[in-house]
Design a binder for this molecule. Structure first.
Ligand code: B12
Length: 221
């Protein structure tokens, strides 16, 4: 069953896929555990879709902004289609939005929180490890991946966890943040958000900064 589900995800366009049993989410904050979303959840199927390395060489404002939207929609589409297929195997499946919408937002500190943290889910599914910029470093594609997740009541075997891929002693992401929002453990969203998410003269929403992601050297392919 595990292999059938992974083949399904890869066939729909995912670049890698891993599985984490709910027991692995014991450290999740109250209200943000997979069973807080879907009470019968037994396993979390997590997958990634890579983004082009070319984004390292261009301003994030136009090409990256547009394609980030596309890959987010594509990951949600894959989750949706895979969930329908998993249900055809006789289980229940809940596709979780990979980015927005989410409920939790503290307007004072501009702190948002997804209903399930995708980067933690990917780490728990053995797809990579968390970097000092807090992002998932995928075992093949570094942090240039968008992460999706599906909750299911199937009792699936967990994949082995990945070793730490963040380069010891490296501080590139911490030192390059223009707003000093990173401390190696978390992101200060009140610093990151206003600088990163802006509107241009034409009124289009643009992503102004992806430096902590693009500077990360922990890339294999
Ligand atoms: C809110 C949000 C943001 C916020 C906060 C980012 C963050 N690092 O948490 C802001 C606006 C800053 C942001 C910016 C960006 N984001 Co963003 N964002 C999200 C979103 C929607 C929710 C993340 C969240 O809930 N954070 C708040 C909580 C969870 O983080 P925390 O307070 O540090 O959590 C602590 C505890 O609560 C606990 N915890 C929380 N959950 C769990 C679960 C378990 C199991 C455990 C053990 C512990 C635990 O551990 C933490 C340490 O104590 C996710 C999508 C998603 N649903 O995950 C994308 C997501 C994290 N973003 C993503 C991206 C790509 C970006 C940007 C690169 C976009 C850009 N500008 O180019 C930047 C990167 C900035 C950065 N260094 O994080 C990707 C990351 C992909 C990857 N490789 O990891 C995600 C996963 C979207 C996706 N589906 O791919 N984002």
């Amino acid at each position: 069953m595990e292999q059938a589900i992974k083949r399904l995800l890869i066939g729909l366009g995912a670049d890698d896929c891993g599985i984490a049993g709910v027991d692995r989410f014991a450290g999740a904050p109250t209200g943000f555990h997979p069973t807080d979303i879907y009470g019968d959840c037994r396993s979390v199927v997590v997958f990634v879709k890579r983004i082009p390395k070319g984004f390292e060489h261009v301003s994030p404002r136009i090409c990256y902004t547009r394609n980030t939207d596309i890959v987010v929609a594509e990951v949600d589409r894959i989750s949706y289609l895979a969930s329908v297929q998993i249900e055809a195997m006789g289980a229940n499946a809940v596709p979780v939005p990979c980015d927005t919408p989410y409920e939790f937002f503290d307007a004072e500190t501009l702190t948002g929180r997804g209903i399930l943290s995708m980067r933690h889910a990917a780490q728990k599914a053995g797809l990579g490890s968390l970097g000092k910029n807090t992002l998932l470093i995928h075992r093949a594609y570094g942090n240039r991946v968008t992460i999706g997740a599906i909750l299911t009541n199937l009792d699936l075997a967990s994949d082995p966890l990945c070793e730490d891929l963040c380069i010891s002693g490296c501080r590139l992401c911490l030192d390059c943040c223009p707003t000093h929002a990173l401390d190696g453990q978390s992101v200060n969203q009140s610093l990151c958000r206003p600088y990163t998410y802006t509107t241009n003269a034409r009124g289009f929403d643009v992503c102004n900064c992806n430096t902590c992601r693009m500077v990360c050297p922990a890339i294999v392919r």
